[in-house]
Design a protein around this ligand. Structure first.
Ligand code: BT5
Length: 348
């Protein structure tokens, strides 16, 4: 009984991997095979695995070299990946990401867009399935909340958006911002030796300065979410001089904090993997698990805060999150206020 269950499991797993490989482009499959075989893989093996001719493999390898992949070819060892370019490539991101449930099963990279959230909105209206991720090397109209500007220096950060179609009420969507913050924090910790903190609802801070922001935009009909555009900006290799002075005071980057440039593709796929995990937890009704982790990594809980919501101002102590991801603030008069948006300032 035990045996047949586990056989069934591995068979299903084999089908999943097979489908995942089938959906990959030839370049993604080649990069995936090169990464899996750091000592080299022969043209014949690649040709057999990918079911195309050796000449076709050679011509794809040439094209990968043209876009900056350093691939060595040795008569006995075959092809070996020596280095990858810093530029983001959809095929490479797919190959590095491996299999995920939803997030990242379709990845698109643009050299420049207005805002990656705009591109996702168009894809959403065209009926594209959830999970598609759009990266841009630069944005001409990157935006934050309430029409604020998001500075996106070219080739230096991760500026990307994800299309989600969760089965949830519009009031619950703060859960997704909370989940994104926990996923971002985990991925940054895994990729660097830094200790980022979360500031409710959408900031990741290092040493009190902002290193990443999240913009969750919602399209809803009556009581139902049609789709969510989850936009994430991470200052990866941004140098201080690339930010305008007013932003420089409040912002930092992973490179500034760690003193070394970070591989953007590795960080990007780390974030997508973590997001996929947290999105699955939320869809399975396990938001409380995510919320516990969020509270453990959060700079807001237990602090005295001032919250500005339009022209309303709430002062008090941030106590916890509720089931929908709203922040519960105990005011100086002892009332518990439920905060679902606005700007939070941490008081010293
Ligand atoms: C945010 O808004 O923090 C959400 C940022 C989301 C950006 C991503 S990039 C991909 C996707 N496409 C988009 O167009 N947007 C998303 P908010 O909490 O309103 O913070 C905005 C404020 O952060 C600005 O007013 C500046 O003070 C500051 N800021 C702007 N650019 C920054 C940067 N690169 N790094 C850190 N802080 C920045």
């Amino acid at each position: 009984m035990g045996d047949s269950r586990s056989l069934g499991g591995s068979y299903l797993c084999f089908i999943c991997v097979h489908l995942w490989l089938k959906n990959m482009t030839t370049d993604a499959k080649i990069l995936s095979a090169l990464r899996a075989n750091p000592d080299g893989v022969s043209g014949a093996q690649l040709a057999e695995q990918l079911e195309i001719s050796r000449a076709a493999i050679w011509s794809r390898i040439e094209e990968l070299r043209q876009v900056g992949y350093e691939i060595e070819a040795e008569p006995h060892l075959g092809y070996r990946l020596i280095s990858s370019p810093d530029a983001l490539h959809a095929d490479d991101l797919l190959a590095r990401l491996g299999k995920t449930k939803i997030i990242g099963r379709d990845i698109r990279v643009f050299k420049e867009t207005t805002s990656t959230n705009d591109v996702i909105e168009k894809l959403a209206r065209d009926g594209v399935k959830e999970g598609v991720v759009v990266f841009a090397e630069s944005q001409t109209k990157g935006r934050g909340r309430l029409g604020r500007k998001w500075i996106s220096p070219a080739n230096k950060g991760l500026w990307f958006s994800i299309l989600l179609r969760p089965d949830m009420h519009p009031q619950e969507t703060t859960q997704l911002t909370v989940a994104s913050a926990t996923a971002l924090r985990r991925a940054i910790i895994a990729e660097t030796n830094l200790r980022p903190e979360i500031k409710w609802p959408n900031d990741i801070l290092i040493g009190g300065k902002k290193v990443a922001g999240i913009l969750t935009e919602l399209s809803a009909e009556s009581d139902c979410v049609k789709y969510i555009t989850l936009g994430i900006g991470v200052d990866v290799n941004v140098d201080a001089h690339e930010l305008p002075p007013e932003v420089r005071k409040l912002a930092t980057s992973l490179k500034i904090e760690s003193g070394a440039a970070i591989c953007r593709a590795e960080l990007a796929t780390g974030i997508l993997r973590e997001l996929d995990r947290d999105y699955a937890r939320i869809c399975a009704g396990k938001f409380s698990e995510v919320a516990d982790e969020w509270e453990a990594g959060c700079a807001t809980i237990g602090k005295n805060v001032t919250v500005l919501m339009g022209d309303r101002k709430i002062c008090g102590r941030a106590e916890s999150l509720d089931d929908a991801g709203a922040l519960l603030v105990r005011t100086e008069h002892g009332h518990l206020e439920r905060v679902i948006g606005g700007d939070v300032t941490l008081e010293k």
